[in-house]
Ligand binder design. Sequence first.
Ligand SMILES: Nc1ncnc2c1ncn2[C@@H]1O[C@H](COP(=O)(O)OP(=O)(O)O)[C@@H](O)[C@H]1O
Ligand SMILES: [Mg+2]
Length: 250
Amino acid sequence: MKLRVENINKTFINNKKEHKVLENINLDVNKGEFVSLLGPSGCGKTTLLTIIGGFQHSDEGEILLDGQVVKKPGVDRAFIFQNYALFPWKTVKENVLFPMKQQKIPKVQREAKLEELLSLCDLKGKENMYPHQLSGGMKQRVAIIRALACNPEVLLMDEPLGAVDFKMRQNLQEELENIWSKNKITAIMVTHDVDEAVYMSDRVVVMSRDKGKILENLKIDLERPRNRTTNKYEAYKSKLTNILSKCYEG
Ligand SMILES: Nc1ncnc2c1ncn2[C@@H]1O[C@H](COP(=O)(O)OP(=O)(O)O)[C@@H](O)[C@H]1O
Ligand SMILES: [Mg+2]
């Protein structure tokens, strides 16, 4: 077991009214496993992922990484935020180099890694541009390679491909899968895209709007890389689509 989410509870108070977003959430993620959190907007996916990342605290419950309680962010968990979170005053190159400098990775290695990552995400020639000069999809790609720069053991991604167009999205899904499997990363990805969840995941966890309750914890038993045109692939998609449509009721 790499990561354990144990009995997480979280309540927000808005206008003096309590809103319980997560109640008794439990989830285990194995080393090297790719798990997706799928659910409607507002069901608590980002809240859960940021608690796992150590950016917010739960009211009750614990996050265990290799059996140790985590309470704050750490370099062991790379995080890709929903809204990119690039440094606006830094160029593409500076954004990607930043975490590597922080970790004191030697200059030669940093530069080599930068080149490798830039070509991976088709960002060559863009290294001296600033975030405001990039499209949403490009910013998202910069955020992805910045998270990968330090070879994280655990990668937490909040809708990492949401702003990327269709073709680039499929390319990046393949690339992410390659990087994940080559480096044996343990990954948790938030998405609301059923196809993306089936394509990428070993397991898909469906959360509901009712206190984040886990409605389904479905193992995706398909060979990799996945073939979107098989009946089995389609069957997984329709099963998840059915469960997801129930999340919107009540
Ligand atoms: N910091 C906060 N303060 C108050 N309410 C919040 C806060 N963060 C999230 N919420 C509320 O918690 C619920 C879940 O939000 P979120 O985790 O962002 O959902 P998702 O990522 O699934 O769309 C929403 O109703 C949201 O308004
Ligand atoms: Mg969210």
